[in-house]
Design a protein around this ligand. Structure first.
Ligand SMILES: N[C@@H](CCC(=O)N[C@@H](CS)C(=O)NCC(=O)O)C(=O)O
Length: 220
């Protein structure tokens, strides 16, 4: 049996959750509450970096959201692959998965960490720099998405990565001025797998420091 160690609010955990729901793969969702020392120690015993998501499948223990999705594709494939078999198409999926993790999620996380610090330790300069990075990433994604339904061919791991990145980053620093990106985000939000992940996170949104900027349609 597969067990996913995760937290419902954690953006990187949403990526394998979407992949699991897309495939209809049964799994046990094991919530990790890092404010509890025993949970933190248990996660650390699985992955010393003490970051989730972590997937356990028998003796196999895998951290890293993209590696987990690739593993699921290999060992628990659903009706459609999240990383295409064609190596050239797969490169595009991995490229855009990296893009959303490194240029959208990372910038969004820096802004969140800043907001979680006590006021005197906040750094407006860092926030401004990260918002400028988001602007560049939004413009890049918008150009790429013009004329495309999904980021790289059919719905794939790249879209699983884009979903949490854009959900949280868009609440902090909106991308409404980018039509192709906005239309793509609306398509993402229409997927049942995505709604399921967002529904699961709802009780926890209050702990997101920008929760008052999450659009009301995601809160009901
Ligand atoms: N590159 C990792 C990043 C994982 C990561 O940063 N996870 C965050 C949650 S979104 C975490 O575990 N945070 C806990 C902490 O920082 O203590 C992945 O893709 O899985």
């Amino acid at each position: 049996m597969l067990t996913l160690y995760y937290h419902p609010l954690a953006a990187f955990c949403w990526k394998p959750l979407v992949a699991l729901y897309e495939a209809g793969t049964p799994f046990t969702a094991h919530m990790v509450d890092l404010s509890k020392p025993e949970d933190a120690a248990a996660l650390e015993s699985l992955w010393p970096m003490r970051l989730f998501p972590v997937l356990k499948d028998g003796e196999t223990v895998l951290p890293e959201s993209s590696i987990i999705v690739e593993y699921l594709d290999l060992h628990r494939p659903g009706p459609r692959r999240m990383v295409p078999a064609d190596p050239h198409a797969a490169l595009q999926v991995r490229l855009w998965d990296r893009f959303f993790d490194m240029h959208v999620q990372a910038a969004m996380q820096e802004i969140v960490w800043d907001a979680l610090r006590p006021e005197p330790r906040r750094d407006p300069q860092t926030v401004a720099e990260q918002k400028a990075k988001l602007d560049r990433a939004y413009a890049t994604a918008d150009r790429h998405l013009a004329g495309r339904d999904w980021v790289a061919g059919d719905f794939s791991m790249a879209d699983c990565a884009a979903m949490p990145a854009l959900f949280y980053a868009g609440a902090i620093h909106p991308f409404d001025a980018h039509p192709a990106l906005s239309a793509y985000f609306a398509r993402l939000m229409d997927r049942p797998s995505v709604s399921r992940v967002i529904d699961g996170a709802q009780p926890w949104f209050q702990y997101f420091p920008f929760h008052d900027r999450i659009p009301a349609r995601f809160l009901t």
